[in-house]
Design a protein around this ligand. Structure first.
Ligand SMILES: [Fe+2]
Length: 154
């Protein structure tokens, strides 16, 4: 593989950046395939996962439900990948997934993926070992913030 000749960014050249840009474009084209690996790993070690279904099965269920609901392909794929950040972004997996999908999806789909943990929160945030008043007020604030955006529709 041809390599850019610079070793310091302040000494970089147009020719060097053309080489790295070519590589970046090829690397981007491979993204869909690379996303399948972490998705598949969400089905590994089924007996070690505490849920009734694996994280992979959960993602497949979400995508299947979107498909059955007549959602566009973009939303079906987004539903499939909505938890792709579970493995690496332990404290904000929704933002992680949204950041990966942002260049490829509509603003609305990006926002839905980015906010999906907030909308789920009303079902379980009270069950977490948190101060109930704090978690309820955090949930209310998060939901209020979501509802104030033009992308929110009931
Ligand atoms: Fe999630």
């Amino acid at each position: 593989m041809e390599k850019a000749q610079f070793t310091r960014i302040d000494e970089s050249t147009r020719e060097g950046w053309e080489i790295t840009t070519q590589y970046d474009e090829e690397h981007r084209a491979e993204l869909p395939g690379r996303l399948l690996a972490p998705l598949a790993r969400m089905g590994d070690n089924e007996s070690d996962q505490p849920y009734q279904v694996t994280r992979l099965e959960h993602c497949l269920q979400a995508a299947t439900r979107a498909l059955r609901d007549g959602a566009e392909a973009e939303m079906v794929v987004a539903a499939l990948l909505h938890d792709i950040g579970d493995e690496l972004a332990l404290f904000d997996h929704a933002e992680f997934a949204a950041a990966i999908l942002e260049p490829y999806v509509s603003r609305k789909t990006h926002w839905i993926i980015q906010q999906h943990d907030v909308f789920q929160g009303k079902y379980y945030w009270d069950h977490l070992d948190l101060n109930p008043d704090t978690s309820r007020s955090a949930l209310r604030a998060a939901l209020r913030k979501c509802r104030q955006t033009p992308l929110y529709t009931r």
